[in-house]
Every structure is written in C-alpha cells, then in structure tokens.
Design a protein around this ligand. Structure first.
Ligand code: FDA
Length: 305
C-alpha cells in the first residue's frame, strides 16, 4: 500500500497542469509545514529564528522544469535577490537551486550564463550556491556543468544520490576538484536499470558513499532524517577521527525539528533546507511520497482553508 501511495504522489509531483493551478492559489493543503512562505522576506524571518537556535540554512526558491527563457530569467533574478537579502540581513544562509529552473532544458549555453550570474553575486556576497540533483535524465549534464563551474568558482556545490548505481564512480570522478557535496538517498522515481529499487540497498549504498567521501577528505553534507544513518556517521567520525569541520548534517524545513536542535546541542553543524515561493506543488508531493503519513497534515490543511 505504501508503495502505491508513493508512486501516486511521485506521479502528481510531475503533473504540470496541477503545478500551474497550485501557483495561483498560494500555499494550500498543509504546504506551509514544509514551505517557509511565498517570498524571500517571509523566508528571512524564519531563517533568523533558526539562526538564533544555532541552525544554519540553505534557502531554495521553488521552481523546476522551466521551459522558457522569460521564466528562467525571473528565477535567476530571484536567486540574485535572495543572495542580497541574505547578505544585507547578515543571515547564516546559503542558497540551493534546481538547474531546470535556470534553463537547463533550454540550452547549456543559456543555463551556464545564468549560473555564472548567480555565482558572481554569491562570490561578491560570500554566499555558497548548491545545485540540487534532479531526475536521472539530467544527472550527467548537471555533473558536467558542475565541474566546469567549480573550475571557475569556489562557492558552488552539488548533490549526489545514493540510489543511483553510478554514484560511487561519480564521487571518484569528482574527488580531485575538491567538491562541496550534499549526499542524499534520492527523491525521484527512477528505473531499476539505473537505481536500486529496494530501500535496503539504497540505505547500504548511502552508508558506503558517506564513508567514501569522508575518507577522500572532502567536505560532506549528510542530508537525511534517518536516525540509523546519523548514528552511522557519528561512528565514522569516531573511527576515522573525522574533524567536525569536515561535515554537516542537513534536513528539510519542517521535518524532525527536535532532532535538528538536538544535534546542534551535541555540537554538530546542522543546516536546514528551506524552500519558499509559489511553485510548491511538486516539492510538497515529493515530501508526501517520502512519508505518506504526512497526508494527515494535508487533510488538516484542506479543512482549515
Ligand atoms: P528515509 O526516507 O528513509 O526517512 C528516514 C526517516 O526520516 C523516516 O522514517 C522518518 O522518520 C523521517 N522522514 C523522512 N522523510 C520525511 C518526511 N517527508 N516527513 C516526515 N518525516 C520524514 N533528493 C534529491 O533527489 N535531490 C536533491 O537535490 C535533494 N536535496 C535534498 C536536500 C536536503 C537538505 C535533504 C534533507 C534531502 C534532499 N533530498 C534530495 C531528498 C532525499 O533524497 C530524500 O528523499 C529525503 O531526504 C528522505 O530520505 P531520508 O534520508 O530522510 O530517509
């Protein structure tokens, strides 16, 4: 049953008409549990509150699968604006973005031009920019663009997904460019030809790549809400004497808040991934797919509004 629900929400997350319709109506159906607000000023207030609790943030202007230059340019302008707000308000925050919202599906030249604008702004204001990893069909292109951008800018990171068979080879390939990497399990519906279909195998591979990247000596963001993975990372820290400056935990806004604060009290760096914006539909559906129990929040949201 859980698998059926998961597939259902992943199917909805890709639905363009629903995504468009959702934009018109503002945050609905419990979305405010996972999305900080519709603009960066809403998000800035929430960042400040988290910073006061010792948490740092990466802020994400929601948007994906953009297929026209006008909307992509608007997304770029929003990212540059968010960087300025972070700097002006002295917030402890970075930004994350999806390259499909910067024009990845339009042309490589166009997306590179846009990414360079954002990274220039980030460099000026000392703000790091992390490129999220989307579905498998965009993985190769995203990594190739990342490598080029990393050779020009220090303030750029990206994500690798443990469910992909290729991930170990990608880490090996990236290691010499001193990458800033966020390691995740993976959130998209992928074919068993390219990704482990079984959660147990994904979890095992996740542990493997955390160890692999930490032992390379590269900075590692372990982005998970999974207690057993967090415990495993702490074991690696002890066993290999990994300095705490070499890694951080990351979790999504609104998920396992107590755990986030507990880890800060234990002396770990914890970064909260905070989305904002009106394009919240696909993001929210993926959160529901991860945990259909969250549907209860959606139902409450429907009855509230
Ligand atoms: P898992 O799904 O096994 O969950 C472990 C436990 O965490 C659950 O038992 C539950 O207690 C809790 N939990 C997990 N999800 C929950 C939810 N939605 N609500 C409530 N509790 C929940 N993916 C991707 O493909 N590309 C990307 O760029 C990113 N970026 C990214 C950034 C950050 C900061 C995070 C934390 C995650 C991502 N992801 C991602 C998503 C990631 O791939 C994965 O889908 C989710 O993190 C869920 O996996 P967990 O590691 O939490 O484990």
């Amino acid at each position: 049953m859980e698998q059926v629900m998961r597939n259902f929400f992943l199917f909805l997350s890709n639905n363009k008409p629903l995504t468009k319709a959702a934009k018109k109506y503002g945050l609905r159906f419990g979305a405010s549990r996972f999305v900080a607000g519709v603009n960066i000023d809403n998000a800035a207030e929430k960042i400040k509150k988290l910073n006061d609790k010792g948490l740092v943030v990466t802020v994400d202007h929601l948007g994906e699968f953009i297929d026209n230059e006008k909307e992509a340019k608007e997304s770029v302008a929003e990212c540059v604006h968010a960087i300025k707000v972070i700097a002006d308000k002295g917030l402890k925050a970075e930004i994350s973005l999806k390259m499909t919202s910067m024009g990845l599906d339009i042309s490589t030249e166009f997306v590179m031009e846009n990414m360079r604008k954002i990274l220039e702004a980030g460099k000026r204001h000392n703000v790091t920019v992390t490129i999220d990893m989307e579905d498998y069909s965009r993985c190769e292109k995203t990594l190739s663009i990342y490598k080029t951008l990393k050779s020009e800018f220090d303030n750029v990171g990206t994500v690798v997904q443990a469910y992909l068979y290729r991930v170990e080879a990608d880490l090996e390939d990236l290691k010499s460019c001193n990458p800033y990497l966020r390691l995740v399990k993976g959130a998209y519906k992928e074919s068993p030809e390219v990704a482990f279909p079984d959660k147990k195998d994904v979890d095992e591979n996740y542990k493997k790549i955390i160890e692999q990247n930490l032992l390379y000596g590269n900075y590692t963001a372990i982005a998970t809400h999974d207690d057993s993975i967090i415990a495993y990372t702490k074991e690696l820290e002890k066993e290999h004497r990994i300095p705490r400056e070499q890694f951080e935990f990351q979790m999504l806004y609104g998920i396992r808040n107590e755990l986030q604060e507990r880890l800060v009290k234990e002396g770990y760096k914890v970064r909260v991934y905070m989305p904002y914006g009106d394009d919240w539909f696909g993001y929210n559906m993926r959160r529901l797919a991860e945990r259909p129990a969250n549907v209860a929040f959606v139902l409450k949201g429907i009855f509230k509004k």
